[in-house]
Design a binder for this molecule. Structure first.
Ligand code: 5AD
Ligand code: SF4
Length: 456
């Protein structure tokens, strides 16, 4: 009989990818995923530590999982609770001592060891594994249990050596690591065989990619993208998240040369002030960022730009904040994420003086977001009346609706039959919102005539 697996995922796309991989590993042990924790034999919280209150959120969810575990135990059955991901990596000991009912705590680099960990936990041991094993988890993964769909995520790089002073990633994900080229190509081929038309290459610092090529040479991200572009059936390639320092000439050129590479670049800037960038250890100046953007635009004039910003980093003055506002005005973003600084235990930023009061952070975030949201709305408004190819990768909230992505990463909603899910079709945009656009498919294709014949 199959066992039930519940996984809740927080955080970035890499965590979503990891959860999928955990489900793949566990499917080899007979676990099938269920959307609710009720009755599950194994419950995993795959956690994120990047911003505030992560640990508290985990504890409040753990309380709920405990009820499910106890309900199962009352029936004489066993259930295991696991905390995975970056909170587990950073605060494993705290979790085990505060929540006695947690059976397993393991970090993001160890999920290939799940079968062994489960065996130990089922035998009554409390399992902790927050190592950075020498062997790569990617070398020990089963072939995917199920396809991801028309838009797939592929992790090619993990960890980070940049040590920005606000960021936990170098501590929770470990040193920078790139998967070998052939391994990436094989997984991409399986994704395409499973129906993927778009692949997003993922990594905390994905443009630092330097994977071992088949002939012993090192490939950069541009070369990997170039090779993927030769893959029949694959129509769109994206990558995220990048660091300005690693935006090399090859990658910039690829934006002009590789038609399948979508015209969208997520390139975090974090602050417009050189003083703050230095305190953040970002290793570049605001003018370097502007220079990169100018070169990318030269290669691909219609590129849509996106970024991350942090307001209220220790020592940030009103003048520093104004420089962030100024650069946002100067660049003009199609989309953006912006956050209030939240000190992460163990990072250099957490020990810095010049703490910015919460009320000041709130005001700065409010001002920045008002500007970024207006830019996003304006960017979408400029698409009204235009026709563009949209990949329908999500079902809409109501039946008869589909949701998709434009080449520039805008969300596009249409009324369309379910059978068009997974297709790339031309859509004329009619309305723009801050968060997306509404449009009409130019020509709705007939349902496949060969299917009709088979059905007849
Ligand atoms: N506080 C606020 N935002 C943070 N980010 C990373 N660490 C922190 C932190 N301590 C933001 C950065 C990064 C994005 C993924 O999350 O902007 O680019
Ligand atoms: Fe974190 Fe990105 Fe800086 Fe690496 S480059 S430390 S992942 S913010």
């Amino acid at each position: 009989m199959s066992k039930k697996l519940y996984i809740k995922t927080w955080g970035c796309q890499m965590n979503v990818y990891d959860s999928q991989k955990m489900a793949d590993v566990l499917s080899t042990l007979g676990y099938e995923q269920t959307p609710e924790p009720e009755g599950a034999d194994l419950m995993i919280l795959n956690t994120c530590h990047i911003r505030e209150k992560a640990t508290e959120k985990v504890f409040s969810d753990l309380g709920r999982l405990r009820d499910h575990k106890e309900a199962k135990e009352e029936k004489g059955e066993k259930a295991l609770i696991a905390v995975a991901g970056c909170v587990a990596q950073a605060e494993g000991d705290v979790i085990l001592s505060r929540a006695k009912y947690v059976d397993m705590v393991f970090g993001p680099q160890t999920y290939h060891l799940l079968p062994e960990m489960i065996l130990n936990a089922a035998g009554g041991a409390r399992v902790v594994n927050t190592d950075f094993p020498v062997e790569s988890k990617f070398d020990h993964l089963p072939v995917e249990a199920q396809a991801q769909g028309p838009s797939a995520m592929l992790s090619v790089q993990e960890g980070c050596d940049k040590f920005c002073t606000f960021c936990v990633v170098p501590y929770t994900r470990g040193a920078e690591f790139s998967r070998p080229v052939q391994q990436v190509l094989d997984e991409a081929q399986r994704m395409v065989d499973g129906g993927a038309k778009e692949i997003t290459l993922l990594g905390q610092n994905v443009n630092a990619y330097h994977g071992d090529g088949p002939n012993g040479e090192t490939w950069d991200l541009a070369r990997l993208i170039g090779k993927l572009a030769d893959m029949n059936g694959l129509q769109r390639i994206r990558y995220m998240t990048s660091h300005p320092k690693d935006m090399n000439d090859n990658l910039i050129a690829a934006h002009g040369e590789v038609a399948k590479l979508m015209p969208f670049l997520h390139l975090p800037l974090q602050s417009g002030s050189d003083r703050v960038l230095e305190l953040m250890n970002r290793k570049h100046k605001a003018s370097d960022y502007l220079d990169i953007i100018a070169r990318v635009k030269k290669a691909r004039p219609d590129i849509a730009l996106s970024s991350d910003f942090i307001v209220g980093f220790p020592g940030e003055t009103d003048e520093d904040h104004k420089q962030t506002i100024d650069i946002v005005q100067q660049v003009g973003f199609a989309a953006c994420y912006s956050f209030k600084y939240s000190p992460r235990p163990g990072t250099p930023g957490a020990a810095m003086g010049g703490i910015v009061p919460e009320s000041v952070k709130d005001a700065r975030l409010h001002e920045l977001q008002a500007l970024l949201f207006a830019q996003q709305h304006e960017y979408n408004r400029r698409s009204v009346g235009k026709t563009m190819p949209v990949l329908f990768d999500r079902r809409g909230e109501k039946t008869g609706q589909l949701q998709g992505k434009s080449p520039w990463m805008q969300s596009v909603y249409v009324n369309a039959p379910e059978r068009l899910f997974g297709e790339i079709l031309d859509v004329t945009v009619e309305k723009a919102f801050q968060n997306g656009m509404y449009g009409t498919i130019v020509t709705i294709p007939d349902s496949n005539p060969s299917e009709k014949r088979e059905a007849a």
